[in-house]
Every structure is written in structure tokens, then in C-alpha cells.
Ligand binder design. Structure first.
Ligand code: SF4
Ligand code: SF4
Length: 406
């Protein structure tokens, strides 16, 4: 749990990132791009590429990087190389706007990959989402995040009954803009979400998404966002409820599971990444780790869309997600468990192409099962809808060199 921050206490121009690249710390050793699970460059090539990226040259790093942020953990000097890449992406996007195909994935454009899914939801799911738009004051609210809004049935579990969920696609935390380096849009998100929480008179906020937790506690305050209240992740909420016996497991799940780390779980360190493991173990699951786990985790696939060269190229994203699914399959696990509903959607979509990989569960579904419930598995249907939206709306733009208007 973290105290929220007020943007007024920070100079937004001083640093637009919580972990800026420390140019003078970098010894050009190449460890970052050599250990990178995507690039895996031989050390001499890695040393050459870091020099190019540092001094503004062109490098395959800038198109192949999936923004997983693992290299920040590999760097022995604490130089934050992932932020160097982010700042280069930002400069490229400032010079030339992103390719037009990116539009279908940008949170504020319509239709986008989530609004397409929402428009095709059943009555019940739409009713749930509508109820979250209530703007009457509430002291303790639960912010769902855009990914959860696209998978609302996940919240229909008794373990979240206490939470007063509020939000809509219009009050996005801006995580996707942040990962692309589109900082003006991040500033807009900081402004909108600040007003949103002020209107609700929130004194405590539980966030159903680790990415949102990071955005509100670490990123948006640098962009003028003010969140002067207690903020916690839903994993911390669940852990506390389980410890206090407010959530009681009724059955043991003798499943072998592997875990997809959220890119932001890493940012909060091992104490945070241990929470889903602890919950799964107490539900009776046996955990087997993938070849890349914890700080070495591969991104679920969405990150392969962030670079200006990719601009949400669906083929790159699907190939990246399939790499994770193959690793999950190698573990022999009965299920791949995620704790980010964005990972759930990306991996469920890719699993359509690799049906032999383990079934994918959100951790809320596992808890629902262990407490005697029966989760409504809807991620496969949502994956199909998402895929059909991409094929219909984004594929026709794949070869276009047009760029988004200024
Ligand atoms: S960013 Fe770190 S790991 Fe990468 S070259 Fe510089 S010092 Fe080495
Ligand atoms: S952010 Fe991830 S993919 Fe990109 S260079 Fe670093 S480790 Fe590699």
C-alpha cells in the first residue's frame, strides 16, 4: 500500500519519468542488451548498440524492444536503459507522429480494440460497466482500469463484493501512452483522473491492475496528477483479506500453475511479485516457473506494439505472445495464471493460434474456484472478439505509411 502523491509537490518539468536514464552512470558494458530476453545480443554487439542508442543513432534495439523493462534490472550501474529506449521512442514520435495503424490501440480513440469488444458484449456485462460510471461520492473506491472494463465478468466474484468499483474508458491511467513515450497524452490522463477522484471525494483507492497502481503512484504525479489519498493494489487487498480470514478457501486446487508477471510487478520488487505466488500456494496450487520469470519475464506481447516501428503491429504482438505461451507449455503446467487482465486478453487472443498451450486464468478466477465458486470463463470469447476487431479495423491499415494527424 502506498500513499498517493500530489502533483503540486513535484516539478513536472524536472523529470517526466520516475527513473530517468542516467547517462553518466552507463559504462557501455552491453550487459543490458546482452541479457535482454528479446535481443540476446553477443556482448560486443550489445556494447556497440548501446552506444548508438545513447548517441541518437539508428539501432535495431529501437524497433525490436518490447518495453519489458527487464534491462533496468540487469544493468549493474543502475543506469535505467529501458528509460533510454523510451526517451528515444518519444523523440521519434515527436519528429514524426505514430503510424496511423496505432490509432486502433490508443485509449482515447474510437473505435479502439477495447471499445470494439465492449460494443459486442452481452446485456449483463454492459450493465456492470454502466454501473461503474456512477459519480456520486464514495470514500473507498475501486478503480477497474481499462483492461478490466473490457473483461467485467472477472469482477463478479464474492471476494470483490466489498469494493465499490468506479471508472470508465474515459478515465484511463494512460499506461499505453506512457509506454510509447506520448507524454502529452499522459498529461491529459493525469488531469482527467485527478478531477475524477476529486469529484468522487475518494479517500482510499484500490486498483484492479498492477499497471494502474504504478501509474498512479509513480508516473502520473510527474505529469501534474494529484492523488493525495491511500492507494493499494487489489493483490494487496486480497492478500490482506485472506490473512484476516475474510476470504476463506473451501477447496484445495491441486493444479500445477505457472505465472505471467505483469511488467509492473517487477517495478514493485520481489515482495510484490511474491503476493500472487503466496495466494496461489494457499489455494493449493503448485508453482512452476517459466524459463523467463520474475525480473526476466517476457512481456505478454502487447509491449511488442509500443515502438514507433511497430505501432501496434498485430503480427509482432502475436508472435511475442506466442513466445510466452511456448515457455508456459514447456513447464508442463495445467494453467498459466496472470494477474493483469491486459495479459489475459493478449495471451488468450494468441492462444487461439496455439490451442495446445495451457489454459489461461486470471488470479481472480483461481480464487473464485478455491472459494467454492464457478468463474464465468469469458476470456476466450473476448479474445475472439478482439481478434476480429483487429482484423476488421487494423489489418486494412497495416501497409499504410500514413501517420496520425498532429
Ligand atoms: S545501461 Fe547499464 S547495462 Fe547497459 S551498457 Fe550502460 S551500464 Fe551497461
Ligand atoms: S526493455 Fe526489455 S526488450 Fe527492451 S531492451 Fe530492455 S530487456 Fe530488452
Amino acid at each position: 500500500m502506498r500513499a498517493g502523491k500530489s502533483g503540486e509537490n513535484l516539478n513536472p518539468h524536472e523529470s517526466e519519468t520516475p527513473k530517468p536514464f542516467r547517462f553518466e552512470f552507463c559504462k557501455e558494458c552491453g550487459t543490458c542488451f546482452s541479457l535482454c530476453p528479446v535481443l540476446s545480443f553477443p556482448i560486443e554487439k550489445a556494447q556497440g548498440e548501446i552506444r548508438k542508442v545513447k548517441f541518437g543513432g539508428s539501432s535495431p534495439v529501437l524497433s525490436k524492444c518490447t518495453g519489458c523493462m527487464d534491462c533496468d534490472f540487469f544493468c549493474p550501474e543502475g543506469a535505467n536503459p529501458a528509460e533510454l529506449i523510451l526517451s528515444r521512442w518519444r523523440n521519434i514520435n515527436l519528429e514524426r507522429n505514430p503510424l496511423i495503424r496505432a490509432n486502433y490501440f490508443l485509449p482515447h480513440s474510437r473505435p479502439n480494440f477495447r471499445s470494439y469488444v465492449i460494443e459486442r458484449m452481452g446485456k449483463r456485462e454492459r450493465k456492470i460497466i454502466e454501473s461503474w460510471k456512477d459519480m456520486s461520492p464514495s470514500k473507498h473506491i475501486c478503480y477497474p482500469g481499462c483492461n478490466m472494463i473490457a473483461t467485467p465478468l472477472l469482477t463478479q466474484t464474492k471476494v470483490l463484493e466489498k469494493l465499490d468499483i468506479r471508472g470508465s474508458l474515459d478515465v484511463c491511467c494512460g499506461e499505453m501512452y506512457w509506454r510509447m513515450g506520448l507524454f502529452d497524452d499522459v498529461r491529459t490522463c493525469a488531469e482527467k483522473t485527478t478531477k475524477f477522484f476529486q469529484t468522487l471525494k475518494a479517500e482510499k483507492v484500490t486498483i484492479l491492475c498492477t499497471a494502474g497502481y504504478y501509474m498512479f503512484t509513480e508516473v502520473l504525479p510527474h505529469f501534474g496528477g494529484g492523488y493525495p489519498f491511500e492507494i493499494e493494489s487489489y493483490l494487496e487487498f486480497l492478500d490482506r483479506e485472506i490473512s484476516a480470514s475474510e476470504i476463506e478457501f473451501q477447496r484445495t486446487l491441486p493444479m500445477k500453475v505457472t505465472i505471467q508477471e505483469s511488467c509492473y510487478g517487477k517495478q514493485f520488487g520481489h515482495e510484490y511479485m511474491d503476493i500472487p505466488r503466496k495466494i496461489l500456494k494457499s489455494a493449493g496450487c503448485q508453482i512452476v516457473e517459466m524459463e523467463n520469470s520474475g525480473e526476466k519475464m517476457l512481456c505478454c506481447g502487447i509491449g511488442a506494439g509500443f515502438s514507433p516501428a511497430s505501432a501496434y503491429d498485430p503480427i509482432r504482438m502475436t508472435l511475442a505472445a506466442m513466445r510466452v505461451l511456448r515457455q508456459a507449455r514447456k513447464t508442463g503446467a495445467d494453467a498459466l495464471v496472470v494477474y493483469c487482465s491486459g495479459c489475459l486478453q493478449m495471451l488468450s487472443t494468441a492462444r487461439i493460434l496455439l490451442p495446445q498451450s495451457p489454459p489461461i486464468y486470471h488470479i481472480l478466477e483461481i480464487i473464485e474456484l478455491a472459494t467454492g465458486g464457478n468463474p464465468e470463463k469469458s476470456s476466450r470469447k473476448s479474445g475472439f472478439t478482439m481478434l476480429s476487431g483487429v482484423v476488421r479495423n487494423q489489418f486494412p491499415l497495416l501497409l499504410s505509411r500514413k501517420r496520425l494527424p498532429v
